[in-house]
Design a binder for this molecule. Sequence first.
Ligand SMILES: [Mg+2]
Length: 278
Amino acid sequence: MKILATDLDRTLLPNGSWPVDEYAIELFNEWTAKQGVLVVYVTGRNLDLTEKAIDEFGVRFPDILCGDVGTTIRHYENNAWSKDLGWVEHVHHMSPGWNNSAIRSALEGVEGLREQESEHQNEFKQSYYVDHQNHETIMRKVESLVGGSFDEVLVYSFDSSNGNGLLDVLPASATKQTSLEYVAKVYDAGKDVVFCGDSGNDVFPLTAGFLGVMVRNADEQLVKQVMTAKLNNDALKIYHAKGNFKGLNGYYVSGVLEGAYHYGVLDDSVELTTFPIK
Ligand SMILES: [Mg+2]
């Protein structure tokens, strides 16, 4: 089974400041369905915000949602979601030291750190807003307070749309990267797994050995990190969308389609009725 996995915000979804190809989302919906690839959304969004995105932008439902930065996995079948309980068991097994309430206590009162709203927390995700100006000092403090005692990993990102620094404390076994690895194994995808991203925490799945795609609007910092990883490991497969592909410009979903086609996960064997308009 071939897998087309993608981040949502500013990768599949055109919610940034770059130009958007009209009908590119319709083309994605039609092409992935007719080609029969397994579509996986790998996102920081929770289920509720993912459904809002599907509704707002008209992207199809995925077959699988690795949501909440990979801490939850859900299957979408017959118009209904079901939680992957095997994943929950797997994470408990792989990260036995994980304890979100102990982490919460350990990080209480750190200056410049503010706990996110309850809908952004779950049993495998303890998340904070961070004063971005001072994030290096704050992150050092956080590291000294938790420092690997909970089998955790600290993922820092910056939301350029509102200037918020974001910290996710996650079990080391439950991230965007590991959730996709789990899905690839369950569906026996072998090497046929494309992952597309644009920023921040996409660096891990992009450098984990999947067929990596950076959309054309990928941020500079991500491009730099991925290229450094590529210098250290020549076997990494990375494609940076550039546009000029079947009339598409390479931004957002257009870059997803270009990258998937580059790796042969989408091809010309299916007859399509949607055409993009520049
Ligand atoms: Mg993104």
